[in-house]
Design a binder for this molecule. Structure first.
Ligand code: HEC
Ligand code: HEC
Length: 312
């Protein structure tokens, strides 16, 4: 789906992770220093300390690329397994996270427990549907082979601000940012660029409408991402498998009156093909008013994490 960077995200907890890795097969919480609370904190979701200070030859313990990509795209997605704030959804991002012990069954690491849940149709993970066996086997075979870490990539692979931190839909810290009106005030004059950020169907009755933003907590009436120059699109796949593209205008607004068979899946796609999917399908007409949930700080049920973001 997207290029994934292989930088070590686990600055904190590295020592514990190294200790854990030397234990090899069957590492448990006792080896990692006491479970996932210690492996990261809400303020270091993608700590790049290794990259900045480590320079060439930075090593440490990182996840193999395929495992990391799987976790990032399917588990550590926004609102899910990204932070320590909800103990029911432990972070599943780093080597240290995955080798910490499960709170539900302390005889298992979170990696082992994840495999169990990824195969449990009664309690599926991800919650909407079980993944194909080919994807589950990426994690499962790593677990079976002893959960060995790889050395973290050196900083040359892309430091902060480079093309490296492109976790995209998966980078938790994109929602851990201050409010910002990146592109300045939009317009309230009636028309397609009006009222960016506001719930359009308060006044209209579009099937789908909303605003795409460059950062997660933009106030109402701030212009969104300019889709007319960047080629951003909303791609909708309805319940019949019919795909519709909705263009995003220069204010970041989009709207459509195309009939939509629900449940429908939506994603924001850029001209390079990078995408940010919403995992929850659009199941009711009210959900077509995207900004009603994707408010500055997020609202609705399930509550959105903030604005709809353009892929980076
Ligand atoms: C507070 C009420 C209100 C909100 C909120 C609002 N609009 Fe409008 N909009 C209007 C009015 C009134 C008009 C002018 C009358 C008309 O053309 O329907 C209008 C006109 C439009 C038009 C041109 C006419 C049409 O229907 O094609 C578009 C497009 C439009 N708005 C899009 C949006 C979008 C997208 C949003 C959300 C980002 C939005 N509006 C939010 C009240 C609103
Ligand atoms: C009922 C509330 C709700 C509505 C309405 C809603 N969303 Fe979401 N959206 C969420 C939640 C919750 C998440 C985070 C979990 C997920 O991906 O399902 C999310 C996530 C997303 C994401 C991925 C998050 C990211 O990283 O940027 C995109 C894109 C998105 N929504 C687009 C849309 C679009 C487009 C619409 C309107 C057609 C829409 N949403 C309507 C609740 C909502």
């Amino acid at each position: 789906m997207r290029a994934t960077n292989f930088l070590c995200l686990g600055g904190i907890g590295l020592a514990a992770a190294v200790a854990a890795c030397t234990v090899g097969q069957g590492v448990h919480a006792d080896a990692t220093g006491g479970g996932y609370e210690s492996s990261s904190s809400a303020t270091d979701p993608t700590s790049e300390t290794t990259d900045e200070s480590g320079g060439a030859g930075a090593t440490g313990s990182c996840l193999p690329a395929d495992v990391k990509a799987l976790m990032a795209s399917q588990c550590a997605t926004s609102g899910c397994h990204t932070s320590t704030s909800d103990s029911k959804k432990p972070p599943l991002r780093t080597f240290a996270d995955l080798t910490a012990s499960s709170k539900v069954d302390s005889s298992q690491t979170l990696a082992e427990r994840s495999v169990v849940r990824m195969k449990d149709s009664a309690q599926p993970m991800p919650p909407d549907a079980l993944l194909p066996a080919s994807q589950v086997s990426v994690l499962e075979s790593w677990v079976k082979s002893g959960m060995k870490p790889i050395a973290c990539a050196p900083s040359a692979d892309g430091g902060p601000g480079g093309d490296g931190p492109d976790g995209g839909a998966t980078a938790p810290d994109e929602f851990d940012v201050p409010a910002k009106c990146t592109n300045g005030a939009g317009t309230t004059s009636k028309g397609s660029s009006m009222d960016p950020g506001r719930a359009c169907n308060t006044c209209h009755s579009f099937r789908l409408a909303g605003t795409v933003y460059p950062t997660a907590h933009e106030p109402n009436d701030c212009r969104g991402s300019n889709g007319s120059t960047s080629g951003l699109k909303l791609v909708v796949t309805d319940a019949n498998g019919k795909t519709t593209q909705v263009s995003i205008n220069s204010a970041g607004n989009f709207y459509s009156s195309t009939t939509l068979a629900r449940p429908a899946k939506v994603k924001i796609v850029d001209s390079a093909g990078k995408e940010r999917p919403m995992k929850t399908p659009i199941s009711t007409a009210a959900m077509g008013d995207c900004n009603s949930c994707h408010t500055q700080n997020g609202a609705g049920s399930p509550a959105a994490p903030g604005r709809i973001l353009a892929p980076k």
